[in-house]
Design a protein around this ligand. Structure first.
Ligand code: TYD
Length: 141
């Protein structure tokens, strides 16, 4: 869907030593990284996110456990389950997202293209719908 894509990263596997996945900003995915954060110790049944960004690019990786991500625009929506550290979900600007079904102990790592900026968030779905409809009507048919 618009501004959402699925990544499968490489994995260095060794039967004795285990697995390693390495990501290179601007090479493994198409943006530079200015910020890293992770979401963890999420209580059972919690749903979070409920926002869109105006300009931010993000890569979501569930490095332990699993989580479901709803991505949505006024025109389409998709549910992705991230359940392996070698999978990534890219979410670009103007896409609404909600995260849920975090398994106990899961850790969701997020790589972000910009520093934290509260003005880049759209947190009201009705407001998002209005802005995104104007923004997307020329791009998604
Ligand atoms: P929030 O964006 O509300 O999390 P989510 O949308 O995933 O539910 O962020 C929770 C809190 O963390 C909020 O008070 C803002 C703060 N925060 C930062 O200070 N820096 C960051 O990079 C992020 C993502 C959040």
């Amino acid at each position: 869907m618009f501004n959402v894509s699925h990544y499968k990263f490489g994995r260095f596997f060794d039967a004795t030593y285990g697995s390693l996945t390495a990501l290179e900003a601007e090479q493994s995915f198409p943006f530079g990284v200015k910020r890293v954060y992770y979401i963890y110790e999420v209580p059972d049944g919690t749903r979070r996110g409920f926002h869109s960004h105006k300009d931010l690019h993000q890569m979501l990786i569930c490095v332990h456990g699993s989580v479901k991500i709803l991505t949505k625009t006024p025109y389409e929506e998709e549910i992705t389950e991230l359940s392996s550290p070698d999978k990534g979900l890219y979410i670009g600007p103007m896409v609404w997202r909600e995260m849920y079904d975090f398994t106990p102990g899961s850790v969701l790592l997020v790589l972000a293209s910009e520093h934290y900026n509260v003005n880049d968030y759209i947190r009201d779905y009705k407001e998002y719908e209005k802005i995104a409809t104007d923004f997307l009507k020329s791009e998604v048919k």
